[in-house]
Write a protein that binds this ligand. Structure first.
Ligand SMILES: Cc1cc2nc3c(=O)[nH]c(=O)nc-3n(C[C@H](O)[C@H](O)[C@H](O)COP(=O)(O)O)c2cc1C
Length: 420
């Protein structure tokens, strides 16, 4: 079981707690180990004995248990997991999570964890629709907590409406997708509409380009490729057939994505053209505007005389313009992609420059970001972007590059559903 993924399943006090038994069994079948925390109310609906028997592990219930805390305290429980799943998630635990209340083992673990958390709410329709619950859910989502369900349907309380817990099979599907995409070290948003881009083909460019000066030297920039790779991972997780044309980067290949590695802008252009036609093209790479004209086949030597004195002037590099990948794809006369998105990395007047770039290149959207020194955008884990389309400017809050990837992929899915 050493290579199994590990889920910490928190079962709270709702009727749907009985479904956790099926959930545990189905996760184990997919080589996902489950360890359970059961709240006091949860134990009214499902027995620790049944959970222990199915999970093959001890069930953790009491934060003040001497044996539990010395064997596997609340910090270790979270540390040991790859993902925390709260299913069912009562209105109560959702409110506690929002408020940061830590008055039992489940809520303390949730407050103390840095691991990704997903919740499967389950409650009566009125509890679900209550302004307090809706506000709590909104805050949790903004904090990056993912939701699976709830669904509409008949309830145990003889009512009908929103609030039924998602079926265990759906929860298992989301968790499995999460782990497969995470192999590329991107964190998808669980609860995203998986499969919504299936049947679509996406080409994403990412990373810098290296423009040869001679066989051993090159011109480059600080792009890490993290944002472009995250976008490719997100599109693939929503079901798009995704091709990532990547300049030289240290990023791992995202799972489920076909990666074409290139060095220069000319190679990137050729690789993109070879992958067309496509429904979606995202040009996130920081492509060099210029390359060295006619780089020599041999290394340029620094000539020195016998006494070490310089005998030659520094070489003069003649530059020529690189092909404009974004503009050429945006202005294709035949088989233009339904959506072409460019990125604008700017250091001043970010929005104005990005707006004029959208017009001059002929693309549909521009994602603008400030890459001034000090912003930490290049190579950092976070980004602050502005999405500019024909309707105006959408300012997104600072987010991880992975989250931006998923939000952009969702926006793309919605756009294509509406317009193509
Ligand atoms: C029969 C019964 C069924 C319940 N079902 C739910 C439910 O489906 N969802 C919910 O949010 N609360 C439900 N509750 C209320 C919770 O059990 C209660 O709010 C409890 O404090 C939750 O504690 P916990 O979140 O620590 O598990 C139910 C209570 C009873 C008595």
């Amino acid at each position: 079981m050493s290579n199994w993924k590990r889920v910490l399943l928190i079962i709270t006090g709702g009727i749907a707690a009985y479904k956790s038994l099926e959930l545990i069994r189905d996760l184990q079948r997919r080589k996902i180990a489950v360890r359970c925390i059961l709240t006091r109310a949860g134990a009214e609906f499902v027995t620790p004995m049944a959970l222990a028997a199915l999970s093959g592990d001890k069930v953790y219930q009491d934060i003040f248990s001497l044996t539990d805390e010395s064997e596997m305290g609340h910090i270790e429980l979270s540390r040991d997991a790859d993902l925390i799943v709260v299913a069912p998630a009562t209105a109560n635990i959702i409110a506690k999570m929002r408020a940061g209340i830590a008055d039992d083992l489940a809520s303390t673990t949730l407050l103390a964890t840095g691991k990704p958390v997903v919740i499967a709410p389950a409650m009566n329709v009125r509890m679900w629709e209550h302004a307090a619950t809706q506000e709590n859910i909104g805050v949790l989502k903004d904090r990056g907590i993912s939701l699976i369900g709830p669904n509409e349907g008949d309830m145990a309380c003889n009512e009908f409406g929103m609030g039924r817990m998602a079926e265990p099979s759906k929860i298992v599907e989301e968790i499995t997708t999460f782990f497969s995409v995470r192999a590329g070290d991107t964190t998808p948003r669980l609860g995203a509409r998986n499969g919504v881009l299936s049947g679509r083909r996406a080409v994403v460019t990412s990373g810098p380009t290296h423009e040869a000066v001679d066989p051993v030297r090159y011109l480059a920039n600080h792009s890490s490729g993290r944002q472009g790779h995250a976008i490719a991972a997100a599109l693939a997780s929503l079901g798009a057939e995704t091709i990532l044309v990547a300049g030289p980067t240290q990023q791992p290949d995202p799972a489920g994505v076909t990666v074409k590695n290139v060095q220069s802008a000319v190679e990137m252009m050729a690789a993109c053209q070879a992958e067309l036609p496509a429904d979606i093209v995202i040009c996130a790479a920081a492509v060099a505007d210029w390359r060295v004209a006619n780089p020599p086949q041999e290394k340029i030597k620094k000539e020195r005389g016998k006494n070490g004195n310089k005998t030659s002037a520094p070489p003069v590099l003649q530059l020529e313009e690189n092909p404009d990948i974004l503009a050429s794809i945006s202005t294709l006369k035949t088989e233009r992609p339904a959506l072409v998105v460019g990125f604008a990395a700017e250091t001043n007047s970010v929005i104005e420059h990005a707006k004029s770039k959208r017009i001059s290149k002929g693309c549909d959207w521009i994602v603008a970001n400030d890459v001034s020194p000090g912003t930490g955008t290049f190579g950092g884990g976070h980004n602050t972007v502005h999405v500019i389309d024909g309707d105006g400017v959408e300012d997104w809050p600072v987010m991880s590059k992975e989250k931006i990837g998923f939000r952009l992929a969702e926006r793309i899915a919605q756009y294509l559903e509406t317009f193509s």
